[in-house]
Design a binder for this molecule. Structure first.
Ligand code: ADP
Ligand code: MG
Length: 763
């Protein structure tokens, strides 16, 4: 069957065969050898036996030991997919779900989407024949809305549980209930057939969304029990074991070679610059082996990528054998696999990764790790009800995981871009996300599942009461909950069905009433991606050389690079003096400024983003008849470059747009455009995002009305200089100031008119 699989793979999956050099017999043999040499391979029989004996099993094993790729295959061959049942494996990260599924499909010699597939938000590659299904933890939570018993799964593996994402934590609680309910259904069924109706409910549901879903079919049906496997890389199996009533935990012995840890002597003011220097130091002075650099997001990765390429040009031909490969979650999925392909002989590969490469994805060939010591994390202030993304120091546990990546295949080196004294100050471990995020989203989903008592829910670790209450309050203000805290009909149910943040889901519903759903769909899609405008950092360096920037500001953080780059670009549009400077010193800057000017809307960033999206649509529309899809993509990339737009982001936004559009069409919302009536759209923004309104203060800063916080408009906003009286915004980022991004001007009076549930009381 192996040989047969190999044939089908090479003929029917062009995408994969493009990434994977050739699908020859030799390659299959090599994969087989690789698999056999994984630490997990020697315990296959024992593991399958453990799963058979235990309904809940905790598996702990060093990253790279083969848990994620091998265990599902063991179970498949162990008969756990008989009767068409599915093995589901959840991942906290989209990239892991996608790349692992592709790898396993290849290992099995099948086409992706057949026996092995993945499903993540906005991208489903599964079919009726899928038996091993990789997915994000958030997606499985959503699936539970339609199939509360998760009836098609025989096994659910919660992978990377140590990451403790909010979705993983909630999922564990839910799975505990599902497992109980499933074993109960079996008993009830055999005991008393008459109790069917009442036992059809999984939880104490009052008014479920599944009124006409598979829910009815569940009533009284006999389910085999559900096997639950929790997998984790770190050694704190204890908390999971206790949570599941003393569940059995097994450890898989890993291999780890020694890793030399190097620290800097002094703190580095600019870790991206330090990373760049270190990359070249390794490249020029150290023996062969690939480099893995941990950065905090797409923007940083793309900047470093450009800088490496630029600097390479200054080297003699012989030293240029260095290639950069990015990996982050919104990278188009066919590009994600590039990190696994070995570099051409004589070349060294530099992988620029987000936290994804810490434990979720194991990349072969790495000998050097560069760890700046930061990660982008969510933080939530329950009193103010504000969630923001900030770059924070990692924990000791994370630093350890990162350095471990260098010692998988032989001795390695880890360059920590901070002094040892700083390492000592790091927290031991990362705080679970559920303690530092807005809970509206998960609460909405739990409510939709019929779990009404949120405070009483059996969380692995309870979020604070204050943050639960704040989130309930927000949901209530958005109209998702009734006075007695039940999901409202139809708004609450509709909101729960959309795979978006509640505030965005609500904005789509509001927009359908304001006749501008078309505009709002674009807005939500564009707001879902990072960095639409491409700010040329290397240009900025030139500017700083000219002494335009305050050196102190430059040294604060990477963030400022980006901010100031945008600031200058925007100033060049709006500030005559600056424009002159730019004209004199650097023609490109003016070009960039002009490019942005043609998208900028005086009303704010939302309309500016819509302009970008629509302009790209028009551009493609004009060429649609002429050429192929690939050519179109290429043209669009060129168009993006000319217009200083990040083409990866735009592409991602276009993807998301078509998916959400599908959802709202299914829901029967009316999709229409307000055309030139911009006022109508701005009123709709006010009605949707009233929780994020801010009022100008005499000194020119703003006060966020809901939280009372002092905030400033981010320099990347088109309204940075105009400073209108009253605005709504969508995002808050925090450095040494609290900045708000994606801002639109509104009329203060609209708030009391359109959101009286919130604003009459306040006045
Ligand atoms: P674990 O889950 O225990 O961390 P994995 O199952 O993810 O381990 O990885 C097992 C092995 O498979 C690792 O050596 C890894 O390098 C390799 N591997 C995983 N995905 C790919 C891929 N897409 N291409 C090549 N090798 C891969
Ligand atoms: Mg894994």
């Amino acid at each position: 069957s192996m040989a047969h699989g190999g044939v089908s793979n090479s003929t029917s999956n062009k995408l994969d065969s493009k990434v994977l050099p050739n699908d020859s017999f030799a390659r299959r043999k090599k994969i087989l050898q690789q698999r056999k040499s994984l630490p997990i391979a020697s315990v296959e029989k024992r593991l399958v036996e453990e799963v058979r004996k235990n309904d809940i099993l905790i598996i702990v094993g060093e990253t790279g030991s083969g848990k994620t790729t091998q265990l599902p295959q063991f179970l498949f061959h162990g008969g756990f997919c008989n009767d068409g049942k599915v093995i589901g494996i959840t991942q906290p990260r989209r990239v892991a779900a996608v790349t692992v599924a592709k790898r396993v499909a290849e290992e099995c010699g099948v086409e992706l989407g057949q026996r092995v597939g993945y499903s993540i938000r906005f991208d489903d590659r599964t079919s009726g024949t899928t038996r091993i299904k990789y997915m994000t933890d958030g997606l499985l939570l959503r699936e539970a809305l339609l199939d509360p018993y998760l009836s098609r799964y025989s096994v659910i593996i919660v992978d990377e549980a140590h990451e403790r994402t909010v979705h993983t934590d909630v999922l564990l609680g839910l799975l505990k209930k599902v497992q109980n309910a499933r074993s109960k259904t079996v008993d009830d069924h055999s005991n008393a057939d008459n109790k069917k109706a009442s036992n059809g409910r999984l939880f104490d549901k009052e008014n479920g969304v599944q009124r006409n879903s598979s829910f009815k079919q569940c009533q009284g049906r006999k389910f085999p029990s559900l096997k639950l496997i929790i997998m984790s890389a770190s050694l704190d199996a204890q908390v999971f074991s206790e949570y599941f009533g003393g569940a059995r935990a097994v450890h898989i012995q890993g291999r780890q070679f020694p890793v030399d840890i190097l620290y800097t002597l002094y703190p580095e003011p600019d870790y991206m610059d330090a990373a760049l220097i270190t990359i070249f130091q390794i490249h020029l002075e150290e023996g062969p082996g690939d480099i893995l650099v941990f950065l905090t997001g797409q923007e940083e990765i793309e900047s470093v990528e450009r800088l490496v390429q630029e600097r390479l040009q200054q080297f003699p031909e012989a030293s240029r054998k260095l290639i950069t490969v990015p990996i982050f979650s919104s990278l188009p999925s066919e590009q994600q696999m590039r990190v696994f392909a070995p570099a051409a002989s004589g070349f060294r590969k530099v992988i620029l990764a987000t936290n994804i490469a810490e434990t979720s994805v194991t990349i072969p060939g790495i000998k050097y790790v560069i760890d700046p010591g930061f990660v982008k994390a969510r933080t939530y202030d329950p009193v103010k009800g504000m969630e923001s993304l900030i770059v924070v120091p990692i924990s000791k546990a994370q630093a350890l995981q990162r350095s471990g990546r260098a010692g998988r295949e032989g001795p390695g080196k880890c360059f920590r871009l901070y002094p040892e004294s700083e390492f000592e100050k790091l927290e031991d471990s990362t705080k679970p996300e559920i303690k530092r995020c807005n809970l509206s989203n998960v609460i909405l989903q739990l409510k939709a599942l019929g779990i009404d008592d949120i405070i009483g829910f059996d969380f692995l670790e309870k979020p604070s009461r204050a943050s639960i209450i704040k989130s309930l309050e927000q949901l209530f203000l958005l109209g998702a909950l009734t006075d007695d805290c039940k999901l409202s009909d139809p708004v609450g149910h509709q909101m729960a069905r959309l795979p978006l943040d509640p505030i965005y889901s609500k904005s789509l519903i509001v927009a359908s009433q304001f006749n501008c759903l078309e505009e709002m769909l674009i807005t939500v899609a564009m707001l879902s991606v990072e960095s639409t405008f491409y700010a040329p950092r290397e240009k900025l360096e030139e500017v700083s050389v000219y002494g335009m920037l305050n050196v102190e500001q430059i040294s604060v953080a990477w963030f400022f690079w980006y901010t100031l780059a945008e600031l200058l670009v925007l100033q060049s549009v709006m500030d005559y003096e600056c424009m002159q400077f730019v004209e004199v010193e650097n023609l490109d800057w003016t070009a960039c400024g002009m490019a942005m000017k043609c998208f900028a809307s005086p009303d704010g960033d939302h309309l500016t983003l819509i302009n970008v999206f629509r302009r790209s649509e028009e551009f493609l529309e004009n060429r649609k008849m002429e050429i192929s899809k690939e050519k179109n993509e290429k043209l669009l990339r060129k168009w993006c470059k000319e217009n200083f737009i990040n083409s990866r982001s735009l592409r991602h936004a276009r993807d998301i747009h078509s998916q959400i559009r599908g959802h709202v069409e299914q829901m029967g919302l009316r999709i229409s455009s307000c055309g030139d009536e911009i006022l109508q759209f701005r009123r709709c923004l006010a009605a949707s995002f009233f929780l994020n309104a801010a009022l100008k203060q005499p000194e020119g800063t703003y006060r966020a009305l809901a939280s009372g916080q002092a905030v400033q408009i981010h320099p990347s906003s088109v309204l940075f200089r105009a400073k209108p009286e009253c605005i709504i915004f969508n995002e808050m980022v925090q450095t040494n100031h609290k900045y708000i991004r994606n801002v639109t001007r509104i009329d203060y009076l609209w708030l009391t008119e359109l959101a009286p549930q919130f604003y009459t009381m306040q006045n």
